[in-house]
Design a protein around this ligand. Structure first.
Ligand code: NAD
Ligand code: UDP
Length: 317
């Protein structure tokens, strides 16, 4: 099989590239490095089955030869990123989805969209099943991400219904692991980096808001199973064990052996109060559920951040 993955130089995209290569497929990675890093794809550049295309997917996209799959992962994903890149975020979710769907249609390829739990907004149903339509403020600061993804889902369904394209939609819940940027601003990377640097952990709001954190290897397994399945409707993939932000802060402190204080900051704009996936569909249809607990996942992630901080210190001199 030959698949094209957008957002290949990002956190999740690079893990997917690695997995598809390991499974014996040919992979074309596409990225414009808006929020991604060359280091994330460097390990694959020597692999003859990997090709990299430096390209903005909001522009016309074409590749020579057959294509069996298109996986659209390009988009700023950290709130800190999409709040500073609102127009790029809207464009990659709308125009980028349109261009990549057009490519999949031209090639007769299967298409998978990386959607998000953020389509549920600040949810009034808890935990969130796929049948919940969400509670999103379209004109709030986070609306640029949430609405881009909601539009993208609608576009994917239209290509499925009108053109008969084989499509999949994964609704991803907070995922963490190696290859995240040190400064991407998400809660897991922030807390680990702060604890390792001996700085206070910045908790936004009162820290009682919840998230459900999935380790990247579990997520990738769920996505690969969904891609090969027959399921067209959106599918939640995430870890249903829910933590408050304060509980995460305590765990990171304990696991890094750090005694830094917690510093309360103003709440993030439109910050969802709770978030937890209902994964009954993934269990039933994909036979999937996460295997890695938050503690185990942090055990695998903290050493990566230690190495990255060390590398940065060496580069700085
Ligand atoms: P990331 O920022 O690490 O990766 C996104 C990649 O997309 C980057 O390499 C960036 O350079 C690239 N990109 C952005 N705009 C582009 C454009 N116009 N053309 C080409 N490349 C472009 O983020 P991530 O965490 O890896 O997220 C990947 C996907 O998964 C995103 O679509 C995101 O919405 C979705 N997602 C992630 C999470 C999560 O917890 N990590 C949760 C929900 C959804
Ligand atoms: N958060 C925090 N401190 C930080 C970064 C984030 O308290 O330094 C909170 C944020 O307000 C949110 C949760 O952690 O309630 C998860 O934030 P993240 O940016 O990781 O992603 P989100 O789930 O909001 O998309």
């Amino acid at each position: 099989m030959r698949v094209l993955i957008t957002g290949a130089a990002g956190f999740l995209g690079s893990h997917l590239v690695e997995r598809f290569l390991a499974d014996g497929h040919d992979v074309i990675g596409v990225d414009n490095f808006l929020t991604g890093r060359p280091e994330n794809i460097a390990p694959f550049l020597g692999n003859s089955r990997f090709t990299f295309l430096h390209h903005d997917v909001t522009q016309f996209l074409y590749v020579e030869g057959p294509l069996d799959g298109v996986l659209h992962f390009a988009s700023p994903a950290s709130p800190a990123d999409y709040l500073r890149l609102p127009i790029q975020t809207l464009k990659v979710g709308s125009l980028g989805t349109h261009k990549t769907l057009g490519l999949a249609k031209a090639k007769g390829a299967r298409y998978l969209l990386a959607s998000t739990s953020e389509v549920y907004g600040d949810p009034q149903v808890h935990p969130q099943p796929e049948t919940y339509w969400g509670h999103v403020n379209p004109v709030g600061l986070r609306g640029v991400y949430d609405e881009a993804k909601r539009f993208a889902e609608a576009m994917v369904m239209a290509y499925h219904r009108v053109h008969g394209l084989e499509t999949r939609i994964v609704r991803i819940f907070n995922t963490y692991g190696p290859r995240m940027r040190l400064d991407d601003g998400r809660v897991v990377s922030n807390f680990i980096v702060q604890a390792l640097r001996g700085e206070p952990l910045t908790v936004y709001g009162d820290g009682r808001q919840t998230r459900s954190f999935c380790y990247v290897d579990d997520l990738v397994e769920g996505i690969v199973r969904l891609f090969w399945s027959e399921r067209v409707e959106p599918t939640n993939v995430g870890n249903p064990v829910e933590f408050t932000v304060l509980e995460l802060a305590e765990l990171v402190r304990a696991m890094t052996g750090s005694s830094v204080p917690i510093e309360f900051r103003p709440p993030a704009p439109d910050d969802p109060h709770v978030r937890r996936p209902d994964i009954e569909v993934a269990r039933r249809v994909l036979g999937w559920e996460p295997r890695v607990s938050l503690r185990e996942g942090l055990e695998r992630t903290i050493p990566y951040f230690r190495r990255e901080l060390e590398r940065q210190r060496r580069v700085a001199g």
